[in-house]
Design a protein around this ligand. Structure first.
Ligand code: PLP
Length: 408
């Protein structure tokens, strides 16, 4: 019977320390957040697990723009984009995003989606038709993996960051359409894909490259335009996906690519066509978010974030070595402290929480077995004192980690 089967599966998850539980935030997304059950007094926690890298999720100007958008356009869009839901706010947002990516993609246009998950399904299913091959990096985000599963194309995988292996696969492929598919900043590791090398391969082997910049848009690049600006890349072979619920602080995502590709998505991408358009107010709020990202304030926030990343890494490298953990080689706001064992990662997360600090323990299947970790994320809304407090709490947990290791 279904419920018995599911209860057994739940018991197995529990035995492997793999049960996932949601927590309830009682206050806005911010470093200091109150968290707890709906019917109890929440606990204030210093949080290092959001993807709100620039601290814009709770920015008063953007919240105000959201309210203004609701006054102007109402609460809902009422229909999908191709029916009647496509508003002036959506069109203005797409135009702004297209001009952001224009230095990097010739004849760029942009298409706004409700979520990054849907944007990835759309790109991979619309372009990855029968006869095409998707060359997918092994550490890609789940939404790219699912897009590849749904696509009719053949799928080949290449090892993390391994341009030489990809070169061989591309050379040996007789596929009529080759698409390289990769995260830019890997979501659980924080490192950056070797995109210049991948683009050179795309040019050599007549392939295209789908780049998911969920963790780069807004944060990377001098003007926050993302990984293409950061690495100084330009090519019509680039099909770029940026998400707008992370550094941009609101919700949704967009694809930027050559106008012909965007036109094809509008006409064929089922995750675009068969869903209600996001509220126009959300797009309206994003216009303000883009202004902040591109302006002086965005610049200052990125500079402050870079200082915090350096501060954290300087302290954490030493502690990781003492405890026998591994600090991933990341220069971005995502800093993985790899503990290894699922239960040990949960225990470390619980130890920090007892000190009022929230850092998520990430376990399989989100990361490979044996690499359970604390995924520490920094935001421009953290202070140096916040980071110092995290480091001090982790330092107090190092002896505990030693005892566990000796007992094991
Ligand atoms: C978060 C994320 C997505 C999904 O974006 P949403 O807008 O949250 O659906 C896609 N790709 C990567 C790499 C992500 O981290």
């Amino acid at each position: 019977m279904l419920l018995d089967l599911l209860q057994q599966a739940a018991a197995e998850r529990e035995a492997q320390a793999l049960t996932r539980r949601r927590r309830i935030a009682h206050t806005a997304c911010a470093p200091h957040q109150s968290v707890g059950a709906a019917d109890a007094e929440p606990t204030p926690l210093l949080t290092f697990c959001s993807n709100d890298y620039l601290g814009l999720a709770n920015h008063p100007s953007i919240a105000h723009a959201l309210a203004e958008g609701a006054h102007r356009y109402g609460a809902g869009s009422g229909a999908s984009h191709l029916v009647s839901g496509h508003s002036l706010a959506h069109a203005q947002l797409e135009q702004a995003l297209a001009s952001w990516l224009a230095p990097h993609i010739p004849e760029a246009q942009a298409l706004y989606f409700c979520t990054g998950y849907m944007a990835n399904l759309a790109v991979l299913t619309s372009l990855g038709t029968a006869g095409a091959t998707l060359f997918c990096e092994t550490l890609n985000h789940a939404s790219l993996i699912d897009g590849a599963r749904l696509a009719k194309a053949d799928v080949q995988r290449y090892p993390h960051g391994d341009a030489a292996a990809l070169d061989t696969l591309l050379r040996d492929s007789a596929s009529q359409l080759k698409l390289i598919v990769t995260d830019s900043v890997f979501s659980m590791d924080g490192d950056i894909a070797p995109l210049a090398a991948l683009l050179a391969l795309a040019e050599r082997h007549d392939a295209w490259i789908v780049v998911d910049d969920a963790h780069g848009f807004g944060v990377l690049g001098a003007q926050g335009r993302g990984v293409l600006e950061h690495l100084g890349l330009r090519s019509e072979r680039l099909i770029y996906i940026g998400t707008l619920g992370k550094a941009a602080g609101v919700a949704g995502a967009f694809v930027a690519a050559h106008a012909t590709i965007i036109e094809h998505l509008v006409n064929t991408a089922r995750p675009y066509i068969y869903t209600t358009a996001a509220p126009p107010a959300v797009a309206h709020a994003l216009l303000t978010s883009l202004d902040i990202i591109a302006g002086e304030e965005g610049h200052c926030r990125r500079a402050h974030l870079a200082d915090l990343i350096a501060q954290l890494r300087a302290g954490l490298g030493v502690l990781a070595a003492q405890a026998g953990w591994t600090l991933g080689a990341s220069d971005t706001a995502i800093q993985p402290l790899v503990v290894g064992d699922n239960a040990a990662a949960l225990a470390l997360s619980a130890t920090l929480e007892a000190e009022g600090i929230r850092v998520g323990a990430i376990r399989p299947p989100t990361v490979p077995a044996g690499t359970a970790r604390l995924r520490i994320t920094l935001s421009a809304s953290h202070t140096e004192q916040d980071v110092a407090r995290l480091l001090a709490a982790i330092a107090r947990a190092v002896p505990v980690a030693h005892q566990h290791r000796e007992a094991a």
